[in-house]
Design a protein around this ligand. Sequence first.
Ligand SMILES: CC(C)(COP(=O)(O)OP(=O)(O)OC[C@H]1O[C@@H](n2cnc3c(N)ncnc32)[C@H](O)[C@@H]1OP(=O)(O)O)[C@@H](O)C(=O)NCCC(=O)NCCS
Length: 138
Amino acid sequence: MQGEAEGAAPWSAADYASLLGAEGTVFLVAQDAILERLGGFILGRAIAGEMEILNLAVAPSYRRQGLARRLVAAALARGQAQGAVHCWLEVRESNGVARAFYRALGFVERGRRPRYYRDPVEDAVMYERSVLAAGPAP
Ligand SMILES: CC(C)(COP(=O)(O)OP(=O)(O)OC[C@H]1O[C@@H](n2cnc3c(N)ncnc32)[C@H](O)[C@@H]1OP(=O)(O)O)[C@@H](O)C(=O)NCCC(=O)NCCS
């Protein structure tokens, strides 16, 4: 699925395995029950009142059907249950689709990390939203 989702963070199986056992990890998958295919997934972590979305991807044939919106909502609900108040994430500057997606969900741009990504080198744009409210944090 990762190979189908340009824009998602290029994590290895070992990267996922190390987080799956870690405190506060939220990992949700959406599976097509009829075709038995993975439609999408979200990986996040909630620690000390803060939540971070670490990776999110929806397979191309399942996009624009509200799947990622539902994955984020479900992840935020779990983060809230673990005491998170704010949710943060980083996106490549050139990933216009993901940036439009997060803006549509009420995330607000909060800064940049210059040259944060490699292959190719690119700035990260940081977004933040309240976990509690349906809209952006004050
Ligand atoms: C970003 C991504 C996860 C969105 O998944 P999705 O399931 O298609 O998103 P949704 O259907 O839930 O979209 C919700 C809203 O986001 C916005 N949005 C989603 N895709 C968009 C696009 N291609 N262009 C503009 N806005 C878009 C829209 O406002 C949309 O609501 P609408 O369809 O009612 O107009 C998906 O495109 C993807 O997997 N991209 C590759 C991986 C990636 O970039 N991940 C993010 C890394 S942090």
